[in-house]
Design a protein around this ligand. Structure first.
Ligand code: NAP
Length: 212
C-alpha cells in the first residue's frame, strides 16, 4: 500500500485532504509544527510527527519509508523549505513529490486579472513562491507542482486544469476541489510527473475573484 506524508498537515487544504485520505484508509503520516494542535481532529490511524519543514534533519526522519510526499507549506522562507524538502528526499531516496504553489509564478495569468494578481501578490509572495517552484523543477524528483487560483471554502468540487506554458484560466477555486485533485494524484502517482498544473473553477473568468 502507498504510504503518504503530508508536510504542513495543519494547513487548510491539508486538513481537507487528510479527511479524504483517512476515509479511503490511506497509510498516512502527518508532519507539522506543534503537532498537539491536531488533538481532537479525526486523524484515524495516521502517524503524527512534530517537525519544521525548513529543517532537513526533521524531514529526513519523517520521510523515511514513505512513497509520496505532499507538501502543503507556506511562509516567507518557502524557498528554504523547498531546498530542505529536496535535500531530505534525495537523502532518503524518495522520488514522488506533490508541491502546492500558487497561480502567477510564471507570469501566466492573462489580462486584467493577471495585473490585479500582480498588484496583490508581488510584495514578497510571488517572487518567493516562484523561487521555491524553481528549486523543485531544478531537482531530479518526480514532482507535480499545483498552482491553485484564489482559494475559497465553498463545499464544492468543480475544477479544470491548465499546464505550464498555457494561460491560466479562471480566478478562483475551492480548497475542497484542490484537496480532491490532490487525493486523485496520490491515488494515481504516475500522472502529471514533472508537470506544473494550474487548477481553477470553470467559468470564473473575470477581473478578480467574484467574492473579492
Ligand atoms: N489563499 C489563496 O487564495 C491561495 C491561492 C493559491 C495558493 N495558495 C497557497 O496554497 C498553499 C496551501 O493553502 P492553504 O490554505 O492550505 O494554506 P495554509 O492553511 O496557510 O497552510 C500552510 C501550512 O504551512 C505550514 N508551514 C509553514 N511553514 C512551515 C514549516 N517551516 N514547517 C512545517 N509547516 C509549515 C503552516 O503551519 P503552521 O500552522 O505551523 O503555521 C500551515 O499549516 C499555501 O502555500 C498558500 O499560500 C493560496
Amino acid at each position: 500500500m502507498t504510504k503518504v506524508i503530508i508536510l504542513g498537515a495543519n494547513g487548510q487544504i491539508a486538513r481537507l485532504a487528510t479527511t479524504q485520505l483517512i476515509e479511503q484508509q490511506t497509510d498516512l503520516r502527518l508532519f507539522l509544527r506543534r503537532a498537539s494542535r491536531l488533538q481532537g481532529n479525526n486523524t484515524g490511524h495516521a502517524e503524527i510527527i512534530d517537525g519544521d519543514a525548513a529543517q532537513v534533519a526533521d524531514l529526513v526522519k519523517a520521510i523515511k519509508g514513505v512513497d509520496v510526499v505532499y507538501a502543503n507549506l507556506a511562509g516567507a522562507n518557502i524557498e528554504q523549505q523547498a531546498r530542505s524538502v529536496v535535500t531530505a528526499m534525495n537523502q532518503v531516496g524518495v522520488k514522488r513529490l506533490i508541491w502546492i504553489s500558487t497561480l502567477g509564478i510564471y507570469d501566466e495569468v492573462p489580462g486584467k486579472f493577471g495585473k490585479w494578481n500582480h498588484q496583490m501578490l508581488d510584495d514578497g509572495y510571488l517572487p518567493t513562491y516562484a523561487a521555491a517552484a524553481k528549486v523543485i523543477e531544478d531537482s531530479n524528483l518526480d514532482y507535480t507542482i499545483i498552482r491553485p487560483a484564489w482559494l475559497d471554502n465553498q463545499d464544492e468540487v468543480d475544477y479544470e486544469l491548465t499546464q505550464k506554458g498555457e494561460p491560466f484560466k479562471g480566478t478562483e477555486v475551492s480548497r475542497k476541489s484542490v484537496a480532491t485533485y490532490l487525493v486523485h494524484l496520490i491515488n494515481n502517482p504516475s500522472e502529471q510527473v514533472r508537470h506544473s498544473v494550474g487548477i481553477n473553477k470553470p467559468n470564473t473568468d473575470g477581473d478578480k475573484p467574484a467574492w473579492y
